[in-house]
Design a protein around this ligand. Structure first.
Ligand SMILES: [Zn+2]
Length: 271
């Protein structure tokens, strides 16, 4: 059983990493184009069963000043544990005033609205990269009524701010273009007090991709672009010695990147 809420404090800023859902996945199924023997050996070397590896949904919540900021919304009901974990931490869904949508995949937008279309975070403003928003909104009319994009994106159309340049769009939170996994996938650099955090979101899905950024999962929309983005983000993490957060790495998905010979490696914060 994975844990559920990891807490970090930096000056007056409180950060939580909530495990929205604790899943297990077969890594060879996710990476059909990676060399199978090498992939399985790399996962086993981490002490993990390659056919049942932890695959978390790590949702970052930041409380700074008057702001309560969520990065993505998880799977949505019935699989999602995000709302109950937030309540247990004293955070009512109504108090969330900013929601950052890193990209339009179901495990990131599924918690925006319920099956009836009611917003889970009714008082929030939303943020999304413009090309990602435009691409997904074009798909919406063709989608089934129950599809997470169809039941969520039109509901927040009046509340979304679209980003098309790397910028600090909320205090201490900078949007980074990180395309490849999806057309307008967004990473974040979060600099608050002593904290300097790089949230790579879905630029990588498993820790073994730190040493093998050329391995792309079947979820990557443009695998070559995704590999370039992944390489650049890990390099930045190494050079600037950043704390890294990855959405799907084993909860809480935090760690550091370090160099061993010619390859980079992943050192989880919690072992
Ligand atoms: Zn994704």
């Amino acid at each position: 059983m994975l844990g559920n809420v990891y807490r970090l404090q930096s000056g007056g800023t409180r950060l939580l990493i909530v495990c929205d859902a604790d899943q297990r996945r077969s890594i060879p199924d996710i990476f059909p184009s990676a060399p199978a023997d090498e992939l399985v050996a790399a996962i086993r070397a981490e002490g993990v069963d390659p056919l049942s590896a932890p695959f978390s949904q790590n949702i970052l919540c930041i409380q700074a000043g008057d702001n309560t900021i969520l990065v993505d919304t998880g799977l949505g009901a019935p699989a999602s544990h995000l709302p109950e974990h937030l309540r247990a931490e004293g955070i009512a869904p109504e108090s969330v005033n900013h929601v950052i949508i890193t990209h339009g995949h179901g495990d990131h937008v599924g918690g925006i609205a319920d099956a009836e279309g009611a917003l889970t975070f009714p008082n929030a403003r939303y943020y999304c990269w413009k090309s990602e928003w435009d691409y997904n909104m074009e798909q919406v009319p063709q989608l089934d009524a129950a599809h997470p994009l169809r039941r969520s994106l039109p509901r927040i159309e009046e509340r979304v701010r679209l980003l098309d340049a790397e910028s600090e769009f909320l205090p201490g939170i900078r949007a980074l273009a990180a395309p490849g996994h999806s057309i307008g996938h967004m990473a974040l650099r979060i600099t608050l007090g002593e904290l300097d955090l790089l949230h790579i979101v879905d630029a990588a899905h498993i820790p073994a991709q730190v040493a093998h950024p050329e391995w792309s999962p079947r979820f990557d929309y443009q695998p070559d672009q995704a590999a370039q983005t992944r390489t650049a983000l890990f390099r930045q993490a190494e050079v600037d010695d950043l704390l890294v957060l990855a959405y799907h790495f084993p909860w809480p998905g935090l760690g550091h990147v370090y160099r061993e010979g010619s390859a980079l490696r992943w050192q989880p914060l919690l072992d």
